[in-house]
Design a binder for this molecule. Sequence first.
Ligand code: Q9C
Ligand code: ZN
Length: 346
Amino acid sequence: MITFFNALHHQHQGKLEMYRGQLVPCFEVPDRVEHVLAELKKRDLGPIRQPESFDDSALLGIHSQRYLDFLRTAWAQWVALDPANAALDALPSVWPVRTLRSDVEPANFSARMGLYSMDAGTPLTAGTWAAARAGADCALSAAKAVAGGERAAFALTRPPGHHAGADFFGGYCFLNNAALAAQQLRDQGVARVAVLDIDYHHGNGTQACFYERADVYFTSIHGDPRTEYPFYLGYADELGAAAGLGFNRNFPLPRGTGFAVWRATLQQALQDIAGFGAQALVVSLGLDTFDGDPVAGFHLRSNDYLAVGADIAAAGLPTVFVFEGGYAVAEVGVNAANVLHGFAQI
Ligand code: Q9C
Ligand code: ZN
């Protein structure tokens, strides 16, 4: 397995996120991928490389031009408002909800932040664009390697991606790395691609990208959105629409779910992926299903992740793993490496 590592990831370093009426320290920290990298180096899981640079056309298969233009220039606009802003992160505080217009792009910076976001928990920082852009290159490189005949590749990057939509950020995500990988596999000639999202949180962004498409199947196992972020998507009755009807399946599970039920659900999702006739698989690899995760509520243990990897390998598909959530920083390296190790042993 080849790992594509985002050496620029630390350029995205949020300070505070809004949570229950307070600004609290960000959970999505650079140390997360450093722990994964350190653990990969201890094991014999294959080479660790820098990604290839893709041009923006690879992003435009998933994201809108105006969103990319905003992300690329947002920090400069924020600092232009007041030079003192350079010491702060930018957070949105107003959104175009129902009855308000999202087709117009106001000149006001705060209004534009709200237009292109879904929550106030995702700070935009000086290096956000550089980090997210290089992370997308990791996901695209991993997909290209797998399309080219590698059995598996791992995009080791942050910020994560699966909450980001075609034209919005949120849930600590800016560019949807898993969606970009799936689209890249399609562009490289793979006819049927499945995305399996095993982050604790529903991959609303990825689902939305492919909701009306029959060529990319999306399935997700996650905390029930009635109580868990992202709240407004991820329910069992979301089956796809138009040409995509029947190509989307969600498995919301109650907060508190343990490995036995979670694993049986994984088996069902993998059976569905086989039934779809997938020729390649993208795994949104969140490790926030871990028992000790500070923002989530499932109870998987470190050893369980070996079995997760083995179960995914048993599907027998060329596989791109994309790093997503997982906020128990001291354990996230072992947990991620266990999935990849379990996969590689089959
Ligand atoms: N105080 C990913 O795992 N809300 N995103 C958490 C914590 C947002 C998680 C509240 C969770 C987003 C990629
Ligand atoms: Zn998550």
